[in-house]
Design a protein around this ligand. Structure first.
Ligand code: DAH
Length: 336
């Protein structure tokens, strides 16, 4: 019995427990009523009288050691639980990755901001349109190739319902629902049935401008566009208007700005000409005013339309249009 007691003392001193469950098992094994230590106490009766004193002392020592070890282990487990539950409220927070504005949104907002300073407000219209709002009211003759299957996306093979190919359709909505003076900017997405490449996409973005009032002249148009070009591309920017044709304007023009990459000296971007085209414009054709219920003998107006991707390319030299719609964070992050 003596050896058994000494052996148990050693075993119990080296016991370990890492959870309340393990601790309870130890208690059951050694200290419960049927545990090993209690058993030894039961056997104590049989110990010869001359050994009772010595063995009794050792038994008490064993019980005390076992109880002390239990308390130690219990404290240890509680402490480690507290450690793992502890929140450090003073720790600096993980940095949250903030998103960035899309470059096309940045440029669209800048265009709107520039024109809002000379009295333009924003008007929007639907992307799904009928033929009349996109073409008919805008003086496109019935056989005009823009309506062709190759340019326009029609919806459910219905030649009257289509995705707008330009934001000029918003002009139609504004002119048929508002009375002059009208001074609006119409930003939005447009769709054309084109193969996707670095230089063309099946959807892109435009900003349309429309000003209608009494006595609006081509000089007003030119002044507004010069103001825009200098605000957008810098004070030294030159503009040049070349005669052109659009069904909805007469006369019509295309506007170039002095190449803002080489400063007009000639580079690969401007194909050595020193000029880059940025928009189409003109005086609203009287046919368009009349189609929309505006008296063309009283009112005149100008309109212009520009591609947001084009302006963005000029500002940021983005070489591949596809980058704008691929949501690649490596690209988008650069516009922080
Ligand atoms: N709608 C034309 C296009 O999509 C752009 C345009 C040209 C708009 C001349 C205008 C304008 O308002 O006057 O290519």
């Amino acid at each position: 019995m003596k050896e058994k007691i000494e052996e148990l003392i050693k075993t119990i001193q080296s016991l370990d427990a890492n959870s309340a469950e393990e601790l309870e098992n130890i208690r059951l094994k050694y200290l419960s009523k049927k545990g090993e230590i209690s058993m030894l106490f039961n056997q104590f009766r049989e110990v010869p009288n001359d050994q009772k004193r010595e063995i009794g002392q050792r038994l008490n020592v064993l019980r005390d050691i076992a109880q002390a070890r239990m308390t130690e282990l219990k404290d240890k487990i509680e402490l480690s639980q507290q450690e793992s539950n502890r929140l450090d409220l003073t720790r600096t927070a993980e940095p949250i990755a903030l998103g960035t504005r899309h470059p096309l949104s940045l440029v669209r907002e800048e265009i709107i901001d520039i024109f809002s300073r000379i009295g333009f407000t924003v008007a929007e219209g639907p992307e799904i349109e009928d033929d009349w709002h996109v073409f008919g009211a805008l003086n496109f003759p019935p056989e005009h190739p823009a309506r062709d299957m190759q340019d326009t996306f029609f919806i459910e093979k219905n030649p009257d319902i289509l995705l707008r190919t330009h934001t000029s359709s918003v002009q139609t909505h504004v002119m048929t629902t508002q009375k002059p003076p009208i001074r609006v900017l119409c930003p939005g997405r447009v769709y054309r049935n084109e193969a996707i490449s670095a230089r063309a996409h099946c959807f892109f973005h435009q900003v349309e401008g429309l000003y209608i009032d009494k006595n609006v002249s081509f000089a007003d148009l030119k002044q507004a566009l010069l103001y825009f070009a200098r605000e957008m591309f810098g004070e030294d920017t030159q503009i040049r208007l070349r005669p052109s044709y659009f069904p909805f304007t007469e006369p019509s023009a295309e506007m170039d700005i002095s190449c803002n990459i080489c400063g007009g000296k000639g580079c690969a971007f401007c194909k050595q000409t020193g000029w880059v085209e940025i928009l189409g414009c003109g005086m609203v054709d009287p046919n368009v005013l009349e189609a929309c219920g505006i008296d063309s003998k009283v009112y005149s107006g100008y309109a212009f339309g520009m591609g947001v991707e084009r302006i963005t390319n000029l500002k940021y030299q983005v070489k591949d249009l596809r980058l704008f719609s691929e949501n690649d964070i490596r690209f988008l992050d650069q516009f922080k």
